[in-house]
Every structure is written in C-alpha cells, then in structure tokens.
Ligand binder design. Structure first.
Ligand SMILES: Cc1cc2nc3c(=O)[nH]c(=O)nc-3n(C[C@H](O)[C@H](O)[C@H](O)COP(=O)(O)OP(=O)(O)OC[C@H]3O[C@@H](n4cnc5c(N)ncnc54)[C@H](O)[C@@H]3O)c2cc1C
Length: 523
C-alpha cells in the first residue's frame, strides 16, 4: 500500500471506474473490500486519514447491542450477532471475546438482566461466544475488585466482542488493496461530474498533499461519508433535505488500576436511562459513552464539559475509587451518523440499521449502521450499486474472506499481537536495527519500529496518523502522545525525506489535535 502507486493508478486510468467510494471509514472501506473482492474496479477517496472520522472513535465493541434487545429489536440484534461471529472468524487477531459483568444493586436486577442476557445468548445461536451466568456478590468482586461494594447483591456475566477499530480499518484497507482496490487518503472530493442529462458520471477530488485537482469517471459514485453525508448530497442537489441527525458520544480513558483484570462493566440503565460501559483496552480503561445532539459536524469534535461530568459521576456510582478529572488520561469524541427518521420513508430499503438512498442523478448514499455490521452494509450497498451501474452481477465473497493479518493458527501474544501476521515483520525491523525496539514513551508499549512500519506499509502520512490511528497513543494517553511526537516526527521525516519545517508544521498540527483529547483541569 503506497500512496504514490495509487496516485499513479488514478492518473493512468482513462476508462471509468466501476465504483468510486467517497469516505474511508468503516462503511466506505467495507464497500471497497466487498467490491474489489468481487473484482470490480474500485477507487476509494478519503479527505483525511483512513478512519479519521467516527470509525476510530467507537466504544470498541463488536456486539449485538444489549440496548437494542431492551428495545425489542430482535432482528437487528440477530444480524449484528451473526456479523460478530463472522468477524471473529475472519479477523481473530483483532476481535476478542470479552466478559462483561452487569453489577446488580437492586433485588430485581439479577433475574431481570439474567433472563434478558439468556435471550441474547439464544439469539447468537451458533455464533455465540459463551453462555451468560448469574454471579454471587463474591464472584462479582472476584472479577471486579474495584467495584462499589455498598449494596452490591450479585451480578450477571455475559460475553461480547471487543476490537481495535482503527487497526481493523487499516487491515481492511490492506485487504482491499490486496484485492485490487485503489485507495487514497488526503484526497477530498470537491465536485460531482454530471453528463448532459444531469446524471453523475464521475467526480473531482483534490490531493490535499499537492493541491492538485484530479477528475475521474465512475459508473457509480457512492457517498459513504458517514456524519458528513449531507454535504456531498448537497453538492449533488443543493435542495437536498438533511439526512443525518448528528449526535456525539464521548469516552474517557483511565489508568488500568480503576478496572484491573479482564472483565468489563456494563451498566444497562444510567440515571438518565443510557447504557454505560467501562472496558479494559490496551492496558487502560475506556469509559463511556454519551449521546448529545449537535448542530455541526467536524473532523475533530470536542467533548462538552457536561458530558465529561456525566461519565465521571456514573463511573463514581460503580467504582469504589472515584475517578476525577485529574485521572483522565485522554478523552475522545465521535459523531454518530444517525439517519433522521423523517427522511427514512424516502429510502430505497434495507435493514432498519442502515439506510441506502439513490438520488435522481444517481448518487448512492449509505448512512447509519454500526461498525459491527460494516460487512453486511457493504454487501447490501454493492448489490445496489451493481444494479444502478449495470455491472455484471457477481456474488459477495466477504463472509469467508480472511482480513489482512489474520493468522492461520493461534495469534501471538504481546503488544504487537494486534498486527496479527504482520507482527513478525515488525520484529524483523527490530532485528535489523535494534534501537527500533525501544519504547517511545515509558507509559505506552509502542516501539519505533511501529512508526516505520506505519509509514512504509500502512500509508501513514502525518504524526497524527501514527499516534492516533496506526498506534493508539493519543487515545490512550494524550500527554504521553504529545511527548512522543517529536521523535515520531523525526523518524517520519527521515523515512519520507522531509525537511525540518515539515517536522515543525507536523508538531504544530499535532499539538492542536491533541488539545481535543485533553481535559481542562481547572473546571
Ligand atoms: C461514540 C460512538 C461509539 C460507537 N461505538 C460503537 C461500537 O462499540 N460498536 C459498533 O459496532 N459501532 C459503534 N459506533 C458506530 C460506528 O463507529 C459508526 O457507525 C461507524 O464508524 C461509521 O463509519 P462511517 O464510515 O459511516 O463514518 P466515518 O468513520 O465518519 O467515515 C466517513 C469518512 O468520510 C470522510 N469524508 C467526508 N467528506 C469527504 C469528502 N468530501 N471527500 C472524501 N472523504 C470525505 C471523512 O473524513 C470520514 O473519514 C459508535 C459510534 C459512536 C459515535
């Protein structure tokens, strides 16, 4: 995967692409994998880095969604649980079985949640991860010794999937590339091209590194821009009604001491009726999330003070050692691409989870859904695109398609295990140059070789790409990430033959981005 090779492919191609996908998040990348594996010619364009939007800012769960079960949405839960099973099989290095404990403080909670979670097990059928069981108070505390003990009666244990979202995204990009897709990051779609009858025939994009504009022809343009999809719809039709009702969700990251061990906490009903998780992730604890309607969509959304307070208060109801602002190592915010219900009656179908619409000029927009169901969303979307673009029909292959990095046997252990089969190639870099094995910061298990790997083989272009999405430093510990940034910029500059002023600009940009991951201590 090198950006210059992909750019050459774009320059050289005179014919139409079968599909041009706008947006390099879970939705767009899933479509690229699906279409390329069916051997369609597919181009994917992402305005920033792959996964820069919502797809690196999730709760990191591959799940059926206990919340949807509470709402009685059985078919949705079943579809997601099936997809969970498929992803576990195709990306075993990235999806793991995690046990969740629902702590019970009221007499009715254990039977109530116990029965609900039995139904959850049942719906997973052959894709199940393990059975839910009722726990005594002692068993709950043995799993989560830091839980608030006062009034604790017992709990319910169940299983779900956990993953590293942006790592999966990069592995999907590698899979798409191996299947023949052409992928460009830092390529912003600026215009849709139409023929004399007003039908879309391609698009223009700007290479944000060179500022050069390129035009490409495509038999079908797919708008997979998640929370940004109204912008592209308005480029197609300035009168288009907004489709997205954006809502943001915040997570805070704490030290592992707040939740030692390997079990997560699931709070099914917070004081204001939401679901809240505290989850062990990469040696830290992720706690969230919120659901706040917002009026503007941005690539670097900021948490609201009230959202941070709400998470801290809820965590304090359940944790014996109450976290404060000073304990927050990092905070991250993502925007849900929720489809506005008012628009849904104009849609051209599909599951209640995601929505596919086709405009009068032929722009295919896919929105909604969740990470867990990205594969099914992609299958549905490509099936629609094939009809729209009058392409030869070919069956979807992704149910059985191993994702880049998937090991044949058991996956290795240690901090590099998220790379799957690539871990040995990163270790090879360290053998060739032992100083690349040094930690970049004592607080995080990230080594220099990962920076080189990201630049050489994973299309990392900026310090933010390396520290936020190729490694998860910025998400785990923002101060450590800021401290690592000069060394990362230096290594990248050597690898990419960039100047000192490039490094300075990178550091300035990164500090601005990192500020969105930090919590103001004065409040
Ligand atoms: C707080 C939160 C927690 C969540 N937790 C979970 C979870 O635990 N499990 C789960 O299954 N799901 C979860 N989800 C849902 C899931 O993360 C999203 O459904 C999914 O990531 C959306 O992916 P996307 O590709 O549609 O959007 P995005 O990831 O936002 O991708 C859209 C991309 O389009 C690009 N783009 C926009 N305009 C242009 C343009 N003009 N040219 C080129 N590119 C453009 C953007 O830069 C962006 O990268 C969560 C969501 C949120 C907000």
């Amino acid at each position: 995967m090198t950006r210059s090779t992909f750019l050459d492919q774009v320059r050289q191609r005179r014919e139409s692409w079968d599909l041009a996908v706008v947006g390099g998040g879970a939705t767009g990348m899933g479509i690229a994998v699906d279409a390329a594996s069916r051997k369609y010619k597919v181009l994917l364009l992402e305005q920033s880095d792959f996964g820069k939007g919502t797809s690196s800012r999730s709760t990191k769960l591959i799940h059926g969604g206990v919340r949807y079960l509470q709402q009685g949405n059985v078919s949705l839960v079943m579809e997601a649980l099936k997809e969970r099973g498929i992803l576990f099989q195709n990306a075993p290095h990235l999806v793991r079985d995690l046990t969740f404990v629902v702590p019970n403080y009221q007499w009715w909670e254990t039977p109530f949640y116990g029965i609900g979670l039995k139904v959850y097990d049942l719906l997973a059928g052959k894709y199940g991860f393990g059975r839910s069981v009722l726990l005594s108070r002692e068993e709950v505390l043995a799993r989560i010794p830091t839980l608030e003990q006062e009034g604790l009666r017992g709990g319910v244990l169940y299983h779900d999937g956990q993953f590293d979202d942006s790592r999966l995204l990069i592995n999907l990009a590698q899979t798409a590339a191996e299947q023949g897709a052409c992928l460009l990051n830092y390529a912003r779609v600026v215009r849709l091209l139409k023929d004399s009858e007003g039908m879309i025939k391609g698009l223009a994009f700007q290479d944000l590194e060179s500022n050069e504009e390129h035009t490409v022809l495509a038999r079908c343009v797919i708008n997979a821009t998640g929370p940004f999809c109204d912008e592209l719809q308005r480029q197609d039709d300035p009168e288009a009604e907004p489709m997205i009702a954006p809502s943001q969700g915040v997570h805070i990251v704490l030290d592992q001491s707040f939740l030692p061990g390997d079990s997560a906490i699931m709070v099914p009903h917070t004081r204001d009726g939401r679901v809240m998780f505290a989850i062990p992730w990469h040696g830290h604890v992720v706690v969230g999330t919120t659901d706040t309607l917002i009026s503007e969509v941005s690539l670097e959304p900021r948490p609201l003070d009230g959202e941070i307070e709400f998470i801290l208060e809820t965590a304090s109801d359940y944790l014996a050692h109450r976290p404060s602002r000073a304990d927050i190592l990092s905070v991250f915010t993502g925007i849900r691409p929720l489809v506005n219900a008012a628009r849904s009656n104009r849609t051209a179908a599909l599951s209640r989870e995601h929505t596919i619409t086709i405009s009068e000029s032929g722009l295919l927009t896919i929105a909604g859904g969740k990470w867990t169901t990205y594969r099914k969303m992609a299958e549905d979307c490509v099936d629609h695109a094939v009809v729209l673009a009058r392409l030869d029909e070919r069956p979807c292959l992704t149910q059985q398609l191993a994702i880049h990095g998937a090991p044949q046997g058991p996956n290795g252990a240690g901090p590099l295990n998220v790379y799957g089969t690539d871990a040995s190639r990163i270790e090879e870099l360290v053998r060739e140059e032992p100083k690349l094995g040094r930690l970049l910061h004592p607080a995080l298990p990230i080594i220099g070789a990962e920076v080189l790997w990201a630049v050489r083989y994973e299309m990392a272009r900026t310090v933010d790409d390396v520290l936020a999405r190729r490694t998860r430093a910025l998400f785990l510990n923002s101060n450590a990430a800021i401290a690592m940034a000069p060394a990362v910029a230096g290594m990248m500059a050597v690898e990419r033959k960039q100047s000192q002023s490039w490094q300075d600009r990178q550091l300035g940009n990164f500090r601005e981005i990192a500020a969105c991951f930090q919590v103001d201590q004065k409040n």
